[in-house]
Ligand binder design. Structure first.
Ligand SMILES: Cc1cc2nc3c(=O)[nH]c(=O)nc-3n(C[C@H](O)[C@H](O)[C@H](O)COP(=O)(O)OP(=O)(O)OC[C@H]3O[C@@H](n4cnc5c(N)ncnc54)[C@H](O)[C@@H]3O)c2cc1C
Length: 280
């Protein structure tokens, strides 16, 4: 299929993008890497009248880090995060997750911000944003606002961004060397979207877990934090026993629906197994 006719705009700076979004609102779509939008247009599931290509807009493709946070420009490509420009537990979490995003040609063009804005319930970056409590910066001619992940992801493919807003950056909290991170995913074939994926981040202090973050994707319309499983880890050593208890809790805590890729029980089992693997 070919897309329905559209007008193509290639602005050079953010102000121009915001003016175009203000002018065309719901009739316009931002084009980032095109790896989700273009197939949807070809199938005519999306029929924007105006396509605003942000590929030439300066200042949206940087990764900045300090000892408090990592700020990811919206246009950072998936492939760049296979080898993030910083190390540590956050660097290794991003690298682990990046390798699961589609195939190399998709990772070469698709963007971090495009994935967050698209809000696929099984997307790796949405899972990490939810698990780590990322902040999304969205901008329009009306001003700028920072939206926490838990408010940003509303439902499958639905975010709290308005039609005239542009996602400009995503801030992830810096994880120092007291943290240890894990990522585990199951998909039917390499490169497919996850059936279920789990991300974990655990902070140690004096031999005990002082903070835990566990998130799962593929178990509902948005990625979810597993608060009971997290609580089961706090004040425990990171041991086979505590990992087994938290994984069991994680499986009980999710409420997935079955579909052609797996029944609800199967997904619950996957959450148990993947939580155990990620924590190990
Ligand atoms: C075969 C295949 C397999 C894939 N497998 C995976 C996978 O395993 N995991 C995964 O996470 N993804 C997967 N993807 C999707 C891929 O990661 C996309 O890159 C991503 O979903 C969207 O990023 P993009 O930059 O291509 O955005 P686009 O396709 O350009 O845009 C997607 C949507 O977000 C909006 N948008 C983009 N940028 C902004 C912005 N800055 N502000 C506001 N709105 C914006 C667009 O208007 C559009 O509605 C796969 C894609 C394909 C084709």
């Amino acid at each position: 299929m070919k897309p329905a006719p559209f007008r193509y705009e290639r602005p050079r700076d953010v102000i121009e993008v915001l003016d175009l979004l203000a002018e065309h609102g719901g009739e316009a779509k931002v084009l980032a890497g095109g790896q989700s939008l273009v197939p949807m247009m070809n199938f005519r599931l999306a029929r924007p009248e105006v396509l605003i290509d942000i590929g030439a807009v300066s200042g949206l493709d940087q990764v900045l880090s300090d000892d408090r946070r990592v700020t990811m420009g919206t246009r950072v490509r998936h492939v760049e995060l296979e080898h993030p420009p910083f190390g540590g537990p956050l660097g290794s979490l991003l690298a682990d997750a990046a390798r699961h995003v589609g195939h190399l040609p998709i990772r070469l063009r698709g963007t971090f911000g495009g994935s967050i804005a698209h809000a696929d319930p099984a997307a790796e970056w949405c899972l990490l944003a939810q698990t780590l409590g990322a902040d999304m910066t969205v901008t329009s001619v009306r001003g700028r606002r920072v939206v926490p992940a838990e408010e940003f992801f509303r439902s499958a493919f639905v975010t709290s961004m308005a039609d005239d807003e542009l996602l400009t950056e995503v801030r992830l909290p810096w994880l120092d060397h007291n943290w240890t991170t894990g990522f585990s995913e199951f998909s039917r074939r390499a490169g497919d979207f996850a059936v279920v994926a789990v991300a974990t981040a655990v902070k140690m202090g004096s031999g005990l877990i002082v903070e835990a973050r566990i998130g799962a994707a593929g178990v509902g319309p948005t990625p979810v934090r597993l608060a009971n499983a997290e609580a089961a880890l706090v004040d425990q050593p990171l041991s086979p026993e505590s990992i087994a208890a938290a994984s069991e809790m994680a499986g009980q805590e999710v409420d997935p629906r079955g579909d052609i890729h797996g029944s609800a029980d199967y997904r619950r089992d996957l959450v148990r197994a993947l939580t155990r693997r990620a924590l190990r």
